[in-house]
Design a protein around this ligand. Structure first.
Ligand SMILES: [Zn+2]
Length: 325
């Protein structure tokens, strides 16, 4: 948002002093919305990984887990208005919503109506994934084109991939930088993203255990959105698979130490992994908070689906539910 537009908004806000909430909404030129904060488990309250970043004129989606289209609809964002989709890695809980977003977004209704190619940017493997989806859904595309005459431009795929750290997208003052993270020795490629806009920056960790490279890229970040995992200690001690899963993710203690060093205006959790069983109850959100607090006393948000963040210069405002206008 330019200075003129900011000034205009401020003027309107000052003219309507009782409309503080509206002013806060209007001021959001850099907003991050957690569309899905869950994991592979098919929960009704935590959908698959997906994070929407709206910066100036750009609407960018990072990962497309299960239910991303439903969450977009809940906040009134038409699928056809997304400028680009970014993938962190190829675990299905981060990608299984792609066909839904791509094809439903092509339908010529208000919630879709895509008129330009579906742009997907990700690490090596992205082009092949998208080519294979195109093959898988060839009949749907042919039938809808013949029947509904949706413009073929809107279902075309523009996929591109990268093989190392660097800027992967630059438009309208928004810069997206990919950086490698550490999701375990066999889970490669795995990347996180930094989004810069008008002197503010957001880090999205993707899936990773503690990553030195992430910490390097997170220096000076305004908002850090990080994954996290926690297990019942007894269950962890007795169960090899739980040790294996935990080795792919960061613990609240480790994340807390990271936040304490990076000192963002706000640290937020997404992709919350809770490991337990009927005999060994999984820890709760409060346990994540408590163990994080052992190492970090700064601003912290325990992400839930549809929680959003208004990224300002001096602070990050938490919007508990972005679907409530
Ligand atoms: Zn993963």
């Amino acid at each position: 948002m330019g200075i003129t537009r900011r000034f205009a908004i401020l003027s309107i806000c000052l003219a309507f002093t009782s409309a503080a909430y509206t002013c806060a909404v209007w001021a959001q030129d850099f907003k991050v919305t957690l569309l899905g904060t869950g994991v592979p488990f098919p929960a009704t309250d935590r959908f698959g990984a997906a994070t929407l970043v709206e910066a100036g004129k750009e609407r960018l989606l990072f990962d497309v887990g299960r239910g991303a289209t439903i969450r977009l609809n809940q906040i009134g964002v038409s699928m056809g208005t997304l400028n680009a989709v970014f993938l962190t890695h190829f675990h299905s809980d981060h990608t299984s919503g792609i066909p839904d977003l791509w094809l439903t977004g092509w339908i010529g209704r208000y919630y879709g109506n895509r008129q330009s190619p579906f742009r997907v940017i990700g690490p090596k493997g992205t082009v092949s994934l998208m080519q294979n989806l195109e093959r898988a859904y060839a009949d749907d595309i042919r039938i809808r084109y013949e029947d509904e005459k949706n413009p073929m431009e809107g279902v075309a795929i523009a996929a591109s991939e990268y093989a190392s750290d660097g800027v992967v997208y630059e438009k309208n003052g928004v810069t997206v930088t990919a950086f490698e993270v550490d999701h375990g020795a066999l889970i490669k490629p795995a990347y996180g993203y930094r989004i810069d806009y008008e002197g503010r920056s957001v880090i999205l960790s993707g899936d990773t255990r503690y990553s030195e490279n992430l910490e390097k890229h997170a220096q000076g970040a305004t908002l850090v959105v990080h994954e996290v995992a926690i297990a019942n200690q007894e269950y962890y001690d007795k169960t090899p698979i739980v040790k294996y899963i935990m080795a792919h993710h960061i613990t609240p203690q480790e994340a807390g130490s990271l936040f304490a060093r990076v000192k963002p205006k706000l640290a937020a959790y997404t992709h919350l992994v809770f490991l337990g069983s009927p005999d060994y109850p999984a820890p709760k959100v409060a346990d994540i908070e408590r163990t994080t607090r052992a190492a970090y006393s700064g601003p912290l948000a325990l992400g839930t689906d549809l929680m959003a963040f208004d990224v300002r210069n001096d602070q990050v405002i938490v919007i508990p539910d972005a679907s409530k206008k």
